[in-house]
Design a protein around this ligand. Structure first.
Ligand SMILES: Cc1ncc(COP(=O)(O)O)c(C=O)c1O
Length: 368
């Protein structure tokens, strides 16, 4: 026998791990600067590490109280009922739960192009069909309700990402409202805020009271530094109170992750430090890199470098790992995650050397 026809399911292409690259180069992982997966350069909050250690001691028990505790803390944080908080294994897990809760076989979803690869993957896993709306390089990757609505054809889910991955642009609040007003009542707008902590724009969670067709996804992978533990959540409409129990994979968010997330949520200082460092780093990249960049509200910057694969490869040979964005359909760009100050300075200096090597005519004046 065989699987069902999976030919439309594109495999996810992650940024390469630091150990893999170190092995290729015969280097030590700590000698490399890895700015390819939008991870937190400061690691997890020490409080989260302590909580994870303690939780590991009780890893033989299914996560029940830990799940309730995190759900309640998040409900409190966002001013919603616990039933509106769908804790999941990463925000990816939350995307799956939303697809499971809404899609009938053959239902359509609308995704940004370029955009985060897991939206179409999750929709296809749930027997949905996929159409795209443009987040166009020619418009500076600006996000507008009109661009989405022009492509919209009554899909069951519309995904928006703010800040957008990989561009870093935002969907302004008034545009999100125009989108919610413009789609059918039976269309769920998923506002993916994986990078929401890095922007001052208020969360779409504030619209849950007013609109019945919006859900928000968030993660502990980025500003909270827990990417390896896989914990995220969706905030869903009030009317969906009983749906979580019908769609979630039992105990999918593990006890160590749940306790670590709860502790991380309580460490504002760690998040503030992380966000401040990212703001500095994205300004440094924008002002010092010898290539045009897109203004970013996330913890990364998209830069137009010509041949993205060649630039990423040559930087890698010099110990700096950035994301070649070919898999996003952007072969002329690379995405540089915000590192510590030292990492970011090193990455920019290395990329500038690479750019100069590849194009000796490049004018290295920053103001040029
Ligand atoms: C836009 C966007 N959404 C969701 C996710 C998934 O995050 P998680 O690690 O919580 O699954 C990512 C991860 O890179 C992302 O960039």
């Amino acid at each position: 026998m065989n699987t069902r026809d999976l030919s439309a399911n594109e495999p996810y292409v992650p940024g390469r791990g630091v150990e893999e690259v170190a092995r290729d180069l015969g280097a030590e992982p700590e000698d490399l600067v890895k700015l390819s997966s939008n991870e937190n350069p400061f690691g997890p909050s020490p409080k989260a590490v302590e909580a994870a250690r303690a939780a590991a001691e009780a890893a033989h028990v299914y996560p029940k109280a830990a799940h309730t505790d995190l759900t309640e803390a998040l409900a409190d944080e966002w001013g919603v009922s616990p039933a509106q908080v769908w804790v999941s294994p990463g925000a990816d897990g939350a995307l799956d739960y939303l697809a499971r809760a809404t899609l009938e076989p053959g239902d359509g979803v609308l995704v940004p192009e370029p955009g985060f690869a897991y939206y179409p993957m999750s929709a296809r896993y749930h027997h949905g069909t996929v159409a795209e709306y443009p987040v166009a390089p020619a418009d500076g990757f600006a996000q507008t309700a009109d661009a989405v609505l022009d492509a919209y054809d009554g899909e069951r889910i519309v995904y928006v990402t703010s800040p957008h991955n990989p561009a870093g642009t935002e969907l302004p609040r008034e545009e999100l409202v125009a989108l919610l007003e413009g789609v059918d009542e039976e269309t769920l707008v998923v506002a993916d805020e994986a990078y929401g902590e890095y922007t001052e724009t208020p969360s779409a969670a504030g619209l849950l009271d007013e609109y019945e067709n919006v859900a928000v996804t968030r993660t502990f992978s980025k500003a909270y530094g827990l990417a390896g533990l896989r914990v995220g959540y969706a905030l869903v409409p009030e009317a969906w109170a009983d749906a979580y129990a019908r769609v979630n994979t039992p105990f999918a968010a593990n006890a160590v992750a749940l306790d670590a997330a709860l502790a991380a949520l309580d460490d504002d200082e760690h998040v503030e430090r992380t966000v401040e460092a990212a703001r500095w780093a994205r300004e440094h990249v924008a002002s010092e890199l010898d290539a045009p960049t897109v203004e970013s509200a996330g913890n990364f910057v998209l830069a137009e470098v010509g041949d993205g694969a060649a630039v990423a490869e040559r930087a890698r040979e010099r110990g700096v790992i950035v994301r070649d964005t070919s898999s996003f359909g952007l072969p002329e760009h690379v995405r540089i995650s915000c590192g510590t100050e030292a990492e970011t300075r090193e990455a920019v200096a290395t990329l500038n050397e690479v750019l100069a090597d590849l194009d000796p005519d490049l004018d290295l004046g920053a103001e040029a």
